[in-house]
Each structure stands twice: as C-alpha cells, then as structure tokens.
Design a protein around this ligand. Structure first.
Ligand code: ADP
Ligand code: ZN
Length: 431
C-alpha cells in the first residue's frame, strides 16, 4: 500500500527531527556553495549554524522567481557543471524560462518522489502508463516518466498533442493510467466522442492530472468520461518539477513529500507565517537538493496546510487543492477571486461544459469580468433566448451569492473556446 511505509507514516516528532537535521545541512551546504545565498545570509548578519530548528527558518530571507532570473543561467548552481546531468526549465507562463539543474542524486531522488506519488495514486508494476504531458524542457513528462519507470510499469512516452493518435494508443496498447493536465484530459474525451470511442473501449483506471488546478466538477467530468480515479499532482519547475505532492485516493488534500520539501504558508502581503489551516502562499525549502537547493522559495501558489490523520493512513502533511497563483488572482470590486473558484461554481451547472474563458475588460473605467462558456452538446443556444437568459441568470446569481461579485456570462457556440494540450489559458486580459 505504501512505497516507503516508514517515511509515509512517520510520527510528527520523528518527521520534525528528520527535517531539522536536513535543514541544518541544507543551509550550511547552500551557504558554502552558492555565493548568492552566502551574501544574503551575511548581509543579515546570520551565522548559518544558528539555524537549528524548523522555527528558525523564519529568520532566513525568501527566494523569489526574480532571483532565479537574476542568477540566470548558472548563478544558483551549487555543484560543478560536470556534476549536472540534466537541465529543465519552466514553461514560461509568466516570462523568460528559468533553468533548474539536477545531479545524478537529484534525478534519483526525483524518481523516488514520483514513484512514491504514483504508487499512492494506485499505479503498480502491472500498469501501462501513457505520459501525455509534453516532453520538452518542461518537467511534467519527465517526472511522471521517471516515477512510472521506477515502479516498473510499462511507460508509453506519448507526449501531448496528436490527440487522435493518443486515443488510438490508449485503446490499442490497453493503457491503464493516463498522465496529463486536467484540461488535456477533457480535450481527449472530446476527441473520443468524435471518434465514437467510449470508456468501455479503453482499459483506463487511474488518471494523474497536474500542472493546473482541477476543480471537483472538472474531476467528476474526467472520471465519468474516462472511467478513471482522477487525482491531482502538484509541483513546479523551480523545485524540480512534479513530485512535491499528490492527492491520495481519499481525495482529501495533497500529501507533501515533506522529507524532501519543507512547507510553510505565509501571508503574501505581510510575508508573516499564517497559523496552520489558514490560507496563504505556499513557501518551500528543498531538503535534499544537490544541484540547485532553494531556501524559502515563494511559489506564489495559494493554499493551506493541514496536519492530521488521513483515511489512507499516511501522516505526510497535506495541502488543500491549489486555489491559483497570486499572479492569476483577479481583484474585482474589492473581492479577490481566482479563476478556479469561478470554474467550480459554473461547472456545477449540468448545462455547462468545461470549456470556458474569462475575459477581463474595462467599461466606463470600471473593470468587468465576463466568462464565455460553451454549453454542453445538446443545449442549443441559437433561437432559445429565454432559455439562455434563464441559465445566465442562475449562473450569475450563484456567483453573486457565493463570491459576492457580479460578473457577465456569455454562452458561446460549441468549439469556439480554444482546446488545450497542456496548461489551459483561462484568462484573457484586455484591459
Ligand atoms: P510555469 O507555469 O511558471 O512556467 P511550471 O510549469 O513549473 O511553471 O508550473 C508550475 C505551476 O503550475 C505551479 O506553481 C502551479 O501554479 C501550477 N500547478 C502545478 N500543479 C498544480 C495543481 N495540481 N493544481 C494547481 N496548480 C498546479
Ligand atoms: Zn491520504
């Protein structure tokens, strides 16, 4: 049931001991090897050996994405280039791609984290894993590949795109586990409909979907259409890629591999730690990285931490599904709202498909949010103004009730919202 039972069920006292020792080692290692960190720590007049307990970590400065850009290309590298075996880079959603490095040990640790995660999701040696994340500089495909490979499963490195071929491979090779973004999973189900292939023609049992938020409604749609148990996995390039955390089958949060990553949640404005259970920005410190250790890296991802028994028996701390990134937060009429919150409310309507786009505009100097959404096939929008107005009315009322803002909703014809093969672009800012 566990990939590494000892670590996955460690008591919290034992985990704290293990993390404290790893933290001390990381700070010393980083201080000695990365001039960027040495200067930072020196400028605060901190002796790295004073950082003894996990509570001491708050004395250390944060690392942010801009630091990674400033240190481009090799400034944060803690080992000689001859020890680096693999370079990856972020997909560049918010600017210039930033590289990350791995030594042999980093790659082995990554494989171990991903094997643990996929095993938690139910992947076994007997499985046939189709990796439909894009094989590029991006870490997604490689992380999933390494994890499935370490478990000993059969790996199909399909990459993303060529969706018809993707579906045929799933059918012919009897794929049991699909690895892709949630939005690409939906694109695949649509292609299946067009090809007349249903879940009964496939052998899928598990879907592991990461790189973007997956609301419960979207999850249900994927599970229903593919016949899978769909679980989210989380990671980010700067921390090495996927492998930071994953949902267990209890679907009650994402277990963090906290022997590799020490998590904190801070208020993104004051940067003060928030009490456990409160929402804020996730900050991660690597505990075992060799090539590119990071101290207190601000992920910009909004979530909350929760320690406490999980139905699966694991004691690894959990974080709630990521609400979104601070960069994606929409501030509207004084209310903070994430695209994922709009998604989960709108997709509760059975008339709504999961194809939507949030358009931000300005009218008379006031911001406006309009969600363009395709109704499900079978709900024809032409010639039915009353029916359309009724649906729009119910949707806007629901959002007003739960989030407290008034947005515009526009029903659009089928196939007008662009389909995704990776991370879906949900927001278009025309302000
Ligand atoms: P970027 O998008 O910055 O180029 P990455 O490809 O490394 O970089 O993407 C990492 C980001 O993707 C995370 O910081 C987070 O915002 C998002 N992400 C990854 N997994 C999930 C998940 N399961 N749920 C929500 N968001 C996720
Ligand atoms: Zn669990």
């Amino acid at each position: 049931m566990y990939w590494n039972e000892r670590i996955e069920t460690l008591s919290s006292g034992e985990m704290i001991d293990l993390q404290s020792a790893a933290l001390r080692k990381t700070i010393r290692y980083t201080y000695d090897r990365v001039p960027f960190y040495r200067q930072r720590i020196d400028s605060l007049h901190i002796n790295p050996d004073e950082i003894n307990t996990l509570d001491d970590i708050v004395r250390l400065p944060f690392t942010v994405k801009a630091d990674l850009r400033d240190q481009y290309p090799y400034g944060l590298c803690a080992v000689p280039l001859s020890d680096i075996q693999r370079l990856h880079a972020s997909s560049g959603t918010t600017g210039q791609p930033t590289p990350v490095f791995n030594t042999r040990i980093d790659l082995d640790n990554w494989s171990g984290c991903m094997a643990r995660n996929l095993y938690m999701a139910g992947v076994r040696k007997e499985d046939i894993c189709q990796i439909a994340f894009k094989y590029t500089l991006f870490t997604g495909a490689f992380g999933h590949h390494l994890g499935a490979d370490t478990i000993g499963a059969m790996v199909i490195p399909a990459s993303s795109g060529q969706t018809e071929r993707q579906v045929l491979m799933m059918r012919d090779f009897k794929t049991t586990v699909l690895h892709c973004t949630p939005s690409y999973a939906i694109t695949i189900t649509e292609k299946m409909d067009q090809m007349g292939i249903s879940r009964e023609d496939l052998c899928l049992r598990v879907g592991v979907h990461g790189a973007e938020p997956m609301s419960d409604s979207l999850r249900s749609e994927i599970e229903e259409k593919l016949g899978t148990l769909a679980l989210g996995d989380y990671g980010l390039t700067e921390l090495g890629g996927p492998g930071v955390s994953i949902e267990c089958p209890a679907k009650a949060g994402y277990h963090i591999n906290e022997d590799y990553f020490f998590p904190e949640v801070v208020n993104p404005e004051t940067l003060e730690p928030v009490p456990e259970g409160e929402t804020g920005e996730l900050v991660l410190t690597t505990l075992k990285k060799h090539a590119m250790p990071l101290i207190r890296y601000r992920t910009r991802d909004i979530t909350r931490l929760h320690r406490g028994p999980c139905a699966c028996g694991r004691t690894l701390i959990r974080h709630a599904p990521i609400l979104g990134r601070t960069d994606d937060m929409l501030i509207f009429g004084g209310v903070n709202v994430f695209p994922s919150q709009l998604e989960s409310l709108l997709l509760e309507f059975e008339e709504a498909s999961s194809h939507y786009l949030i358009r931000l505009t300005t009218e008379h100097r006031r911001d406006r949010i309009t969600v363009e959404i395709e109704p499900v096939p079978g709900f024809s929008i032409s010639g039915n103004p009353d029916q359309n107005a009724a649906l729009i009315g119910k949707m806007t009322a629901r959002i007003k009730d739960l989030i407290g803002i008034t947005i515009g909703i526009k029903l659009v014809e089928p196939n007008t919202i662009p389909r995704s093969e990776g991370k879906a672009k949900r927001v278009v800012d025309e302000r």
